[in-house]
Design a protein around this ligand. Structure first.
Ligand code: B3K
Ligand code: ZN
Length: 843
């Protein structure tokens, strides 16, 4: 497969005016008839290329006459007339043997599709590129009782149904579902008074897990009207839950298809975290209706145009539904753990990449989460009012377009008169910028000097200074905020900002709300951190101060064999007792930096992280916190228990988060007595799983693990948790062995992406276990990646990124990993997906 470059973009030479598809469904011999109206543009030259993969072509005609065509790599070249013409083709495909889960495939007896990015070409011959948009009419013939496609239902009868989608769309938004499904119905009246029928379609056994998702959908529809002025545009909105799915969900026009783990929920089977994630994903896919579907991407290099913006929108939505402070902290934890990690390694790439082999490999945290950070910075720089104006202009100007990042930035330039050419570097320059801060105080004037630096990234060595919005507030030593938050714009390598009229040297709170995705370096004393942890009005920096104390004591313990910092333990105890703060916030104070976070930190200073030593230090610090804060933890555990029926809301969820964070530490001291009691009494999955986790972490969960498997053996989503907890939370030295044993469990259905990711995702997250010095986990994962790649390249390639930190480690580990990467590359028939990912890592 060849490399595609952004700079080579050329528009398609034909316009697609209308698409008619007829599907005669059959597990191994589905027939697809396409009737497509094409019209040439000025650049047409009589030969039209259509993508097509794994298709058996039965017939092809142009205006009713047999077509003249040649099969070429990736599709066919067709000789076409000078004027408009009708292309009609019939192909045969085999959904039941499609284990790649891309195109039309079968999952638990139902037919479903996944076309983004380039799956439609596995359904029929077509210009499968996002800048070709057309209205679709679809006829489905099947004896399945429920037949769904995009748009509005048009007609149906015994064994067939027809759907019409009036909104021109690219092929990647096409969807079809056929199955023995039942629906949880709902209704929404839009702001202009149109009634929309809502449905969540599931297998009959799951019908009691739809209510929460329906509520989340309705909240999303309302929010998008209120906050972005965006109304829904069809008579129906359907969601379908599918068990075998390569990702979380897919925003197909009017017919969203979801991984069942991202839509099905009930208090007995889902945790608070599951509920919050489901609400966010339903919102995300719904929000794509405007940011992605009505306005789509010109080409796949522009992916962040829809994904960064839609993530930004769903993050704001979750903040509005729950807590902005807690959501921001959660998002930054993820950004640093995953995106900063990506930036630090061989897979680093810009938010808008410039080349790819397999686009599915670029649905990354950089495109999504850093893409969302870029939108957040833009909003902070122009202000809320200008952001709103710019978005309205974007929707007005580009509705129905396949747009670019240039189009997006232009609306902001037109609305604000600002030149955004330097800001645009956020889209083209890879890597995480470093921000260095020094300060001084002299005679009433406080000066802050900000300096930016950039490390090289793959294929990018010389970097330009970027526009970095740095939100800053100043506190006086008595705790008053003397300078409220203001945004300093760092545009040069180094700049000094001054503040006059201050009676004494202030304590600065820098990068409030994490106003830019950078690594902040500042000389901060323990005393300043303790002060900010107690007094900062910015919740992010309040949390961050505690985080930095925890991080530095861990680094000191790892690097210098130091004892846990007593100042930190005392400050943490005080913060935990501060009843004016949200319990969810206090739960976050108890979340220590992970082993991988600490490895990243050590590596960025030029050191070589030792996962085992880091594991030991974390364990020692957890023990010290449990002992030092024991009374506080026990009392929080008692006083914050939630009573009454389970509700998946932020308020009670925050209390459960706090008591369960306490439980995990209390269990280090009481041999699991409290956890065992909680497990036995639990009437919801949040409490049950927290207790089980605490017991696994102290190696005392044998009875409960058996009980759990016995009670939940018929629930696939709950059994996914059972698989992942064991590999994630066991002692590192047992991890590879436990994972290997679990692969032999009769319920380890490795072709199901959720199950594969549960077991191996758990193992990978057990950092000290995954990086066991003997390489046992590396070898096990590699064996399974090679096996999975033959069936499902997309998921295999995605999981292979577990190795992207390999150059951080010592020679022994590096040698074993490099051997595994080479082993993958040498495997006969390796997929282009895997070859690209592993090739980039092995370089
Ligand atoms: N747009 C899809 C992701 C498609 C991934 C293709 N490999 C889901 C989302 O971002 O909403
Ligand atoms: Zn998305």
């Amino acid at each position: 497969k060849q490399t595609i470059y952004l700079k080579d973009y050329k528009p398609f030479a034909y316009v697609v005016e209308d698409v008619h598809l007829t599907f005669a469904l059959h597990p191994t011999a589905t027939r697809v008839v396409s009737r497509i109206q094409f019209a040439p543009t000025e650049t047409a030259d009589g030969v039209m290329f259509l993508h097509g993969e794994d298709l058996t072509l039965i017939s092809a005609a142009i205006d009713g006459e047999p077509a003249s065509y040649r099969k070429v790599s990736g599709g066919i070249e067709v000789d076409v007339p000078d004027g408009p013409f009708t292309w009609q083709a019939e192909v045969e495909i085999s959904p039941s043997t499609n284990t790649a889960l891309e195109g039309l495939y079968m999952s638990s007896g139902m037919y479903c599709t996944q076309c983004e990015a380039e799956g439609f070409r596995k359904i029929t011959y077509y210009p499968d590129r996002p800048d070709v948009m057309a209205p679709f009419t679809v006829r489905i013939e099947s004896d399945m009782p429920v037949l769904l496609s995009n748009g509005n239902p048009q007609a149906s009868g015994d064994g067939w149904a027809e759907w019409h989608d009036p909104w021109p769309k690219p092929a990647y938004l096409f969807a079809l579902v056929a199955g023995e499904l039942v629906n949880h119905a709902g209704q929404f009246t839009t702001m202009s008074g149109k009634d929309v029928e809502l449905n969540i379609w599931v297998r009959p056994a799951d019908i009691n897990k739809c209510e929460f998702g329906m509520g989340a959908l309705i909240r999303s529809m309302k929010w998008d009207e209120e906050v972005y002025g965006r109304e829904y545009d069809l008579d129906v909105f359907n969601i379908v839950a599918v068990d075998d799915f390569n990702m979380g969900a897919m925003e197909n026009k009017g017919l969203n298809i979801f991984n069942s783990s991202c839509v099905l929920a009930s208090p007995e089977t889902s945790t608070d975290a599951n509920f919050e994630r489901i609400e966010a994903i339903i919102a995300h896919e719904y929000f794509h209706n405007w940011t992605g579907n009505r306005i789509t991407c010109r080409d796949w290099f522009q992916l962040c145009l829809k994904e960064g913006l839609t993530v930004f929108r769903d993050q704001t939505f979750t903040g509005d539904m729950r807590s902005h402070a807690v959501k921001r902290i959660d998002d930054v934890i993820t950004l640093r753990a995953r995106q900063f990690r990506e930036d630090q390694g061989p897979l680093a790439h810009p938010v808008r990449p410039e080349s790819f082999v397999e686009i599915n490999n670029f649905y990354t945290v950089t495109v999504y989460e850093k893409g969302a950070e870029v939108i957040g910075m833009l909003k902070r720089l122009v202000g809320d009012a200008a952001y709103k104006k710019a978005l309205n202009l974007y929707f007005d100007r580009h509705d129905g377009d396949a747009a670019t990042i240039e189009d997006w930035l232009k609306v902001f330039e037109d609305v604000t008169g600002r030149d955004l050419s330097q800001f645009k570097l956020w889209y083209s320059q890879a890597g995480t910028p470093h921000l260095h801060v020094t300060d001084s105080y002299d005679n009433g004037t406080y000066s802050l000097t900000l300096r930016q630096s950039h490390k090289p990234s793959p294929n990018q060595t010389d970097k330009q200074p970027m526009v970095i919005p740095v939100a800053v507030g100043l506190l006086s030593p008595n705790g008053d905020e003397v300078v409220p938050t203001q945004v300093l714009e760092l545009t040069e390598v180094e700049q000094t900002f001054t503040f006059d009229g201050l009676a004494s040297k202030p304590i600065p709170s820098i990068l409030r709300d994490f106003s830019a995705p950078v690594v902040l370096h500042q000389d901060q004393s323990d005393a300043d951190r303790e002060f900010l942890l107690a007094n900062d009005t910015d919740p992010f920096n309040k949390w961050e101060s505690g985080r930095m104390l925890a991080r530095d004591t861990l680094l000191d313990m790892i690097e210098n064999d130091a004892a846990p910092n007593a100042n930190y333990l005392a400050a943490l105890d005080r913060a935990l007792n501060d009843e004016t703060t949200d319990p969810a916030f206090r739960a976050l104070l108890l979340a220590l930096p992970t082993i991988d976070d600490l490895s990243q930190e050590i590596a960025s200073k030029g050191g070589t992280p030792d996962p085992t030593a880091i594991y030991d230090a974390r364990r020692a610090l957890r023990g010290a916190i449990a002992r030092h804060c024991g009374d506080t933890l026990t009392s929080l555990y008692k006083t914050h228990q939630v009573t009454g029926a389970y509700v998946p809301d932020a308020e009670t969820g925050g209390k459960r988060a706090l008591t369960n964070a306490a439980l995990s530490l209390i269990s280090l001291l009481d041999n699991g007595d409290t956890a065992r009691t909680q497990y036995a009494a639990a009437d919801n999955m949040t409490q049950e799983l927290a207790a089980l986790s605490a017991l696994i972490q102290i190696g005392a969960a044998e009875t409960e693990l058996a009980d759990f498997a016995d009670r939940w053996k018929d629930d696939r989503l709950v059994m996914d948790k059972w698989f992942s907890l064991q590999t994630a939370l066991c002692e590192p030295q047992d991890a590879a062995k436990i994972a290997d044993t679990l692969t032999k469990h009769p319920d380890f259905d490795w072709k199901n992406p959720n199950r594969f990711r549960s077991l191996f995702g758990g193992l990978i997250s057990n950092t000290a276990g995954f990086h066991a010095a003997d390489g046992s986990a590396y070898i096990l994962l590699t064996d399974w990646l090679i096996k999975l790649d033959a069936a499902n390249p997309q998921t295999a390639a995605r999981v292979s990124s577990a190795f992207d930190t390999w150059t951080r480690y010592d020679e022994g580990r590096k040698l074993i990993i490099k051997t595994q990467l080479d082993r993958i590359l040498a495997t006969e028939g390796i997929s282009p997906d895997m070859a690209e990912m592993v090739g980039r890592m092995a370089k």
